[in-house]
Design a binder for this molecule. Structure first.
Ligand code: XMP
Length: 530
């Protein structure tokens, strides 16, 4: 496995993703870990990340001394290169000004890291790489034992290597996709240079994860909040595979789910997997508390609070009695690696634009032990694991769905009749997206979009149908493309598809007589309307 030491770069997680794509297991830890930690981690290779800022204080950050005594290859990236230089006896020219952008780097020598990797060659026959680079601070004097590995006109030492010790460093960022050979470079480092085997694939992981869960849980019982989303579904399938009936899933139906969602979740988990699922029908309770409430944040808070209350009541019952002799001792959650790394506080400074509800406080109040079997997986790995566990492709590759559900897609007051209209309109949109295949890619428009849904707009507009005038509601279609949900573009859906969706909704859903398409990107709009 590979140890990634994080100096606080925004893109450290991408290093981990690229390494995992090379089928090598890795973990991110803060650069401040102790020497003992580094020694006992047992890495076959170590990667030093970049850093987010160039303040004077950050220049004091150093890799633990044990990194240099571990006898394994080390790759420094950006700030990681600079600290490598300083710690091994070279020099760095620090600068207040840093720029992140496109650069063309020339490779020097025939290092194991870069030899043969190139995007184009100069007329003189020099291999060139197209990369993304942080300009500003730069290594000015190579440490003893190092040779020049890469350069640009503005950064004469853009890469350095000490091949005898297996130390490599680059000023550019191989982890971002703009660096075309970045994945190849990282793969070389972890596979060829560090010698990792490349056996990190989800098919292998299932047995290991199952064994670990069995060992952790023993004969005790586990409760899991099942939402029908990807993470909780995969967690449920995995834990069920490990401990069968010792697992009880609690599925809270707040009445603001997609059409037939409740049925689908029950069919899948209770029906096909034969898992124990408690289907809590709490529709009336949720909708009751939402009556008369129009403020989006208020709605979120109410739904979040009710959810905790309902779930807690169920969990308390299972804890007291269980179905076995002892009662439940564990609460399972579908926490995934990005959640862990972000809450670890290495570099997360995101502003809270909307309060996302979660059930993070539950284990403490319930006195249950926490079981998080997906803690070390990225989203795409969770999906692969789901497939390896036999969950249907459509379920595992679903668009995300917010916790408060249709509660934030019915603008203003949430009324049961609005929810019923919205569910039907939304189902039509999703069906048509799945059915429409883009000839250029061969993929469905559902797969070509990251999230798509219908929003209920509580205004009425005039229409005409047959001989009569109508005065009914408006909906908006929303479809976006994004890789991280922090920014998003509205999807350029084909007009023919929009036309079909619009005519089906207006003809089939009585109460809606106008369909619009949202052409706002994020920022400045958000993906959801509330
Ligand atoms: P926005 O609307 O902020 O959404 O651009 C970004 C992503 O977050 C989802 N989202 C939520 N998820 N609880 C959730 O679990 C929420 O309250 C919530 N609000 C937004 C949204 O669907 C999108 O994927």
């Amino acid at each position: 496995k590979i140890l990634i030491l994080d100096f606080g770069s925004q893109v450290t997680q991408l290093i981990a993703r690229r390494v995992r794509e090379a089928q090598v297991y890795c973990e991110i830890h803060p650069s401040s870990v102790s020497d003992d930690f580094v020694r006992s981690f047992g890495a076959k290779g170590i990667i030093l990340s970049g850093s987010h800022a160039s303040t004077y204080e950050d220049h004091q950050l150093r890799a633990p001394q044990a990194v240099w005594e571990a006898g394994v290859p080390v790759l420094g990236i950006c700030y990681g290169m600079q600290t490598m230089a300083v710690q091994l006896g070279g020099e760095v020219a620090w600068s207040d000004h840093r720029e992140f952008g496109y650069a063309e780097v020339r490779a020097h020598g025939h290092t194991r890291l870069l030899d043969g990797l190139q995007d184009f060659a100069t007329p003189q026959g020099h291999g060139m790489l197209k990369v993304w680079m942080s300009h500003g601070d730069k290594v000015s004097v190579l440490p003893p034992g190092f040779t020049l590995m890469a350069s640009t006109p503005s950064c004469p030492i853009a890469g350095m290597a000490d091949e005898a010790r297996g130390y490599y460093a680059v000023q550019f960022h191989p982890e971002v996709t703009h660096t075309l050979q970045g994945t190849a470079l990282l793969t070389r480092f972890v596979r060829q240079i560090a010698g990792c085997r490349g056996d990190w694939i989800m098919g292998n992981y299932v047995d290991e994860a199952v064994a670990r869960i069995r060992e952790q849980v023993g004969d005790e019982e586990v409760i899991l909040g099942l939402s029908g989303g990807v993470d909780s579904s995969v967690a449920a399938a995995l834990i069920h595979r490990a401990i069968g009936d010792q697992l009880t899933c609690v599925f809270v139906d707040h009445g603001l789910l997609r059409l037939n969602e409740g049925q689908m979740v029950m069919d899948m988990f209770a029906g096909r997997l034969h898992a124990k699922v408690v289907h809590v029908q709490a529709q009336a309770q949720f909708l009751g508390h939402l009556q008369g409430v129009t403020d989006p944040e208020q709605k979120r808070k109410i739904i979040g609070r009710e959810f905790v209350e309902v779930f807690q009541a169920e969990a308390a019952k299972l804890k007291a009695a269980g179905t076995g002799a002892k009662g439940a001792k564990w609460l399972a959650q579908g926490t995934i690696y990005p959640d862990v790394v972000e809450s670890g506080g290495t570099a997360s400074k995101k502003a809270t634009i909307k309060s996302h509800h979660n059930v993070g406080g539950l284990p403490a109040t319930l006195g249950l032990k926490l079981l998080e079997p997906l803690r070390e997986l990225f989203k795409d790995e969770v999906r692969e694991l789901g497939v390896a566990l036999g969950l249907p492709h459509d379920m595992v590759y679903r668009h995300p769905f917010p916790g408060p559900g249709l509660g934030v897609r019915i603008l203003g007051e949430v009324k049961p009749e609005f929810a019923a209209l919205l569910q039907r309109a939304d189902a039509i949109f999703i069906d048509e997206l799945r059915a429409a295949i883009d000839p250029a890619t061969g993929k469905s428009w559902y797969d070509l979009t990251s999230q798509a849904f219908v929003v209920f707009v509580p205004v009425k507009s005039v229409g005409v149908m047959g001989d009569g005038r109508t005065y009914e509601h408006v909906v908006a279609l929303r479809a976006v493309q994004t890789s991280d949900f922090m920014t998003a573009d509205w999807a350029e859906l084909p007009y023919s598809l929009l036309k079909k969706v619009s005519s089906r909704i207006i003809n089939e859903v009585r109460g809606i007589n106008r369909v619009t398409y949202d052409v706002s990107s994020k920022p400045p709009a958000t993906i959801e309307w509330e």
